[in-house]
Design a protein around this ligand. Structure first.
Ligand SMILES: Nc1ncnc2c1ncn2[C@@H]1O[C@H](COP(=O)(O)OP(=O)(O)O)[C@@H](O)[C@H]1O
Ligand SMILES: [Mg+2]
Length: 256
């Protein structure tokens, strides 16, 4: 571990009335690391991401982003911290009424200090980076294949050259081939650009290929936390159940 934590959470509780979603979650992530959040649907993965980026305040506990306390920061300061992050929302939602080009340009135009020539250059660069052609920028989201939608959404998440990228289920709904293509692309860009990643994924192959750290949420708590080998060794019953089957295929892949 080198340098200060990019994300540092300590004793985070999230409650809605009587309902407890997160119970005492503590984790930290350093520059250049990849964290995969895992757990059953509804266990609070998206919510935990929203708390990391300051879109939602936890009921209790401390969250620091880039070394700044989100609770103590003003809304303007939180927005500045968010500007250093790129986000790919669940199912890679693009604005359906905007072209691919305008979708990718959107975060830059919101800032209002980049002129249109520069925006054009930056968008074309990002299209190429994610393996799309310049002409694809003219298409509407409905005209794209599933794999292209994710690439375009990734280009939009990277347009501001973020230090930290949040990807919420970026490969869900893609077939295994497209999913692997997306993971390879992400891996290349991660190596090239060195950003830190927090992603939600259910796919053990994805996270073993990315060499990521794993945080598995079960019974509102962190049931497992560490690198993939450490997590697979856990004897927590939920962890064993969660990886059952997937684990066999991974071991098979490693020895094949
Ligand atoms: N604003 C809210 N009010 C009440 N419950 C919420 C709110 N936001 C999220 N939740 C609940 O928190 C739980 C976790 O949601 P979420 O983070 O979306 O799960 P996941 O992404 O792991 O599928 C869900 O049960 C959801 O209903
Ligand atoms: Mg979710």
């Amino acid at each position: 571990m080198n340098g200060a934590a990019v994300i540092d959470m300590e004793g985070v509780w999230t409650c809605f009335g009587d309902k407890v979603v997160h119970r005492d979650i503590t984790l930290s992530l350093h520059k250049g690391e990849i964290l995969s959040l895992m757990g059953s649907s509804g266990c609070g993965k998206t919510l935990l991401m929203r708390e990391m980026i300051g879109l939602q305040a936890p009921t209790r506990g401390r969250v620091e982003l880039f070394g700044e306390s989100l609770r103590e920061a003003s809304e303007a300061q939180r927005q500045q911290l968010r500007n250093r992050c790129g986000v790919l929302f669940q199912s890679g939602a693009l604005f359906s009424a905007l072209t691919v080009f305008d979708n990718i340009a959107f975060p830059l135009r919101e800032l209002r200090f980049v002129d249109e020539d520069m925006i054009g250059q930056l968008v074309r660069l990002k299209l190429a980076m994610v393996g799309l052609r310049a002409e694809d920028g003219l298409l509407m989201p409905a005209e794209l294949s599933g794999g292209m939608v994710r690439r375009a959404a990734l280009a939009r998440a990277l347009i501001m050259e973020p230090e930290l990228v949040f990807l919420d289920e970026p490969t869900s709904g893609l077939d295994p081939v497209l999913s692997e293509e997306f993971v390879n692309l992400l891996s290349e860009l991660h190596q090239e650009l060195g950003f830190t990643v927090v992603m939600v994924t259910h796919d053990l192959n994805t996270l073993s290929e990315l060499g990521s750290r794993v945080a598995l949420i079960a019974d509102q708590q962190l049931a497992a936390w560490g690198d993939i080998a450490q997590v697979l060794e856990s004897d927590h019953p939920f962890v064993r159940r969660f990886f059952h089957g997937q684990r066999a295929s991974l071991i098979f892949k490693e020895t094949a």
